[in-house]
Design a protein around this ligand. Sequence first.
Ligand SMILES: [Zn+2]
Length: 311
Amino acid sequence: MIRYRIKLSELNSRIDTAHPTKLTPRGNVRANATDSLAWRKRAKLETLRVRSARTYSQGRFGDFWGDLKEIFYSIQGGKCGYCEMRLRRYIRRNSNAPGEVDGEVDHYRPKDGVKEWTEIPHISTGGRDDDCYYLLAFFPSNYVLSCSACNNAKWNYFPIAPNRCSAHSCKKADLDAELPYLIHPLNSSETDPETLIGFKGIIPIPLASPDTHDYWRAQVTIRLLGLSKGARLKMDEERAEVIRALYVALRLEAAQPGNTDVADELALLPVDALPHRNCARSFVRLYRTNPAKAAELAREAHRVLQDAGLS
Ligand SMILES: [Zn+2]
């Protein structure tokens, strides 16, 4: 996981541009046609509706969140916000419209109740709450575009360290007082995910000292989303490919210092829109400090690719 920098004001502006109120040919707002309202105005109506009902229920605006996929796809560089795997885009035949984007707009804080998460039994994770967090169902700052594997794994879980805020009062101060374990890749005030999770080869690892909250944030995020080695073979293979390509580039760089053509792969390290940048940057950092260990991990990555018939 890496951080995607986006301010809420910029996100709102993008949504308003992509989904404005649809006007009549004379430039007027249609009377009694709430479906024609701008996305954020409809979201406000939906929030008023669930606030009044004091619980979440599905609205009547169809694929409400699907309308935002394109925007989050662009912000996140076409990747899942959690696992950094590339999201596919399907081309619509006989159409100039943008293709259909794969994945789901995930509610970081679930909109329809929280299930108890007990995979790491000796830490407290806030328990079950059937009402949380319905007031955030229609807030774009609560969204992450995710692949279906991450979306399914996360489901209605939202483990937190101390007490959960009241479902009926999700003010910013209440949310800020929570200590979530799951890392949010688009929250500008969130800790940079790359300072919490690093990689040892293709294996994600916590970077903080054991038994600190940051350590458990990394552990829970890895376990909850299924980011460990062996959880998803395709993810392991992609990370191994990244390491193999980088190792070749690093060896070439060492053999031919000053040759600017040999290390194209290294030039792509800062490009957040490419898959598995946390894994890639972790590997290069290790190579710079401990090339022997990096060589060992490169051999392990090569074995993963051999086992998959990809080398
Ligand atoms: Zn994912």
